[in-house]
Design a protein around this ligand. Structure first.
Ligand code: PLP
Length: 400
């Protein structure tokens, strides 16, 4: 297993503070302002012409509350710099526009929104986009046809939890003078740090584990300062900044991220073990199970296996839907990474649009249910899954 330094992460993130106020508050005030006043025109010009540091306009990214958040985001991924965005898609689109103009190569399954962005919006803009379902070294190398391209992946991937070997593909990217961007949303920076494994850019839908309570939408990029700079320019001109209130809420959430993730890991492991081999459950896909195809690799590059898993229900789509509908504690909802457990059926939701043939190519069956394991008592979650499976699979309707 990669080294777990989540306790040290807790210390760093709890004491991430820029401002100490006159009242002794341990936390910074929220700078709910869009603009900043200057004593005279000369001082304003000093900031506009970058002779002196200073704040001008919040949309440009210059806001103390947002910058404090960005310092925390960078610390979590141990990056030189961090940028905060209004959503995960804002972070991904600005990164692709800043670093993907020579072409983007995607490995494995990626989030549907990212796929849509690349196929439906980037291609018509003239950006070459290649989707490679397998992380085969020769194919990746052959797809990186010119210097300055962007290699993109998610690991673990949605919904099969497939693991991509980050060290290996970072080596290929750099050999071909490409950058590697990794969407680290599923793992979180507590369980996996792609920069340490050779990636150049790390992306998050902060809507998920970083926010952790299903009550905010935000995104993040962590990378070196020179790689963040052009992305910040796109963010500024596309108007993708988040509000100072959301930034403060996200900073609040980051302080409990390490302890939340440790509990998500523990709960998911307990659920995976309990459901593996349970009658009516054909497969449990969870990187922490020794039977999982990517288990060895996950052990090498992750320090925890995360809170996401997919179970395959025997009997197909309708039986799986019945299991989802029978659940009492799990909420039937898209998204992931919150304190509450969620269930969704990929063939009916995230992967509905691509059709059955394409789903089959990706190893996504109609009987699959994706689970985001929350922070409830794992015994309650196991009992809920078992009762829902028992009721659905003992139903004698022959059409199931
Ligand atoms: N990346 C992954 C892996 C996701 O699951 C999602 C959303 O579900 C996104 C990116 C997009 O994030 P957001 O909804 O915050 O824009």
């Amino acid at each position: 297993m990669a080294t777990d330094d989540s306790k040290a992460q807790s210390t760093r993130i709890i004491h991430n503070r820029r401002h100490r106020d006159a009242f002794g508050s341990p936390y910074s005030p929220i700078y709910n302002t869009t603009t900043y006043q200057f004593p005279d025109t000369e001082s304003q010009l000093d900031v506009i012409e970058a002779r002196k540091p200073g704040y001008l306009y919040t949309r440009w990214g210059t806001n103390p509350t947002i910058q404090e958040l960005e310092q925390g985001l960078a610390a979590l991924e141990q990056a030189e710099a961090g940028l905060a965005f209004a959503s995960g898609m804002a972070a991904i689109s600005a990164t692709v526009l800043a670093h993907g103009q020579q072409g983007v190569v995607c490995i494995g399954d990626i989030y549907g929104g990212t796929q849509e962005l690349l196929a439906n919006h980037c291609r018509p803009l003239g950006i070459p986009v290649t989707f490679l379902l397998q992380a085969n070294a020769e194919d990746i190398e052959a797809s990186l046809t010119r210097p300055g391209m962007l290699l993109f992946c998610e690991t673990p991937a949605n919904p099969t939890l497939a693991i991509v070997n980050l060290r290996e593909i970072a080596g290929i990217a750099h050999k071909k003078e490409a950058l590697l961007a990794v969407d680290n949303t599923f793992a979180s920076p507590i369980n996996q740090r792609p920069l340490a494994l050779g990636a150049d850019l790390v992306l998050h839908s902060a809507t998920k584990y970083l926010g952790g309570h299903s009550d905010l939408t935000a995104g993040a990029l962590m990378a070196s300062a020179p790689l963040c700079e052009p992305v910040a320019a796109w963010r500024k001109n596309l108007g993708q900044l988040l509000s100072p209130e959301t930034a403060a809420l996200l900073s609040r959430s980051l302080r409990t991220l390490p302890v939340r993730i440790r509990q998500h890991n523990e709960n998911a492991m307990a659920v995976a073990r309990a459901m593996d081999g349970y009658p009516g459950v054909a497969t449990v896909l969870y990187p922490g199970l020794p039977s999982f195809p990517g288990h060895q690799l996950a052990q090498e590059q992750m320090s925890g296996f995360g809170g996401m898993m997919t179970i395959e229900i025997t009997g197909g789509r309708n039986v799986a839907a019945a299991v989802a509908d029978n659940l009492q504690i799990f909420l039937l909802a898209t998204s992931l990474g919150g304190v509450e457990s969620l269930v969704s059926q990929p063939s009916a939701t995230s992967h509905h649009a691509i059709g059955r043939e394409e789903r089959e190519k990706r190893g996504i069956s109609d009987g699959m249910l994706r689970l985001s394991i929350g922070l409830e008592d794992p015994e309650d979650l196991i009992a809920d899954l078992r009762q829902a499976t028992d009721r659905a699979t003992t139903h004698d309707d022959p059409s199931r």
